[in-house]
Design a protein around this ligand. Sequence first.
Ligand code: AMP
Length: 281
Amino acid sequence: MRVVRTVSELRDALRRARREDSTIGFVPTMGALHAGHEALMEQARRECDVVVLSIFVNPTQFNDPTDLERYPRTEEADVAAAERAGVDLVFAPFAQEMYPRGATIEVRLAGPLVDTLEGAHRGSDHFHGVTTVVAKLFNIVQPDVAYFGQKDAQQVLVVTALVRELNFPVRIQAVQTVREPDGLAMSSRNVHVQGRDRERALALKAGLDSAQATYDGGERDADAVIAASVAAMASYEVDPEYLAIVDRVTLEPLRTVEPGALVVVAAPVGPVRLIDNATIH
Ligand code: AMP
């Protein structure tokens, strides 16, 4: 496995794979790798000839400077995890390689996909940062398949729209959320959730489970299902920033809960903000 820092090194390293028409699988990350990222790398390994992992804490998608500053950076361990997962090439650029002085490009989607939920609460600049860096990474790596976690359900939809609208010849593959044994969705930010907050963090999964249980009990009215979920979270002393039941493709709020509806939640827990989601079945 090789670790490269520049676009030209990456292109050189992939030249043969491209000549031989090998399929290239790509896993973009911000590092601080955990079992969720491992699931992405492993699926890429099973499905593609060559696996590229990127590690880049993308400054343009952070709306909160403190969040950016304390975002965990564990490159040595990440490289070891990538090697174990069978990654062929790690692209870990410095910020000036991605955003050289004078760079002005920004790739923006508009509309509810970027304006609602995470876009409404973090600001749509968050997704403009995501689409800009993902567009650049897709041009740099030119993968056949790119793997994204369903944990960031809105991000999967945003990246899918990006690929469709800019005609990238890339297939977006969503990968199921990996959880801790007690149900907490794995996240790089979980390292900052300690002590009593670690128990409180279970509120998000409890809220999602409650939505399914309320639905299973026969309730179909979205507001009633949401109210029960918010109450379930309150028993963990967590107040969601949002808890919504939305169409899984358009993210429009649903008035009636139906199978396939997406339940999305974000909540502050201690020093961090956590997100999670589940599909009603
Ligand atoms: P990040 O490093 O947080 O930007 O995440 C990189 C990729 O890993 C994104 O596509 C995330 O959705 C995905 N990911 C993060 N956490 C999980 C998880 N618990 N399960 C599955 N995928 C995840």
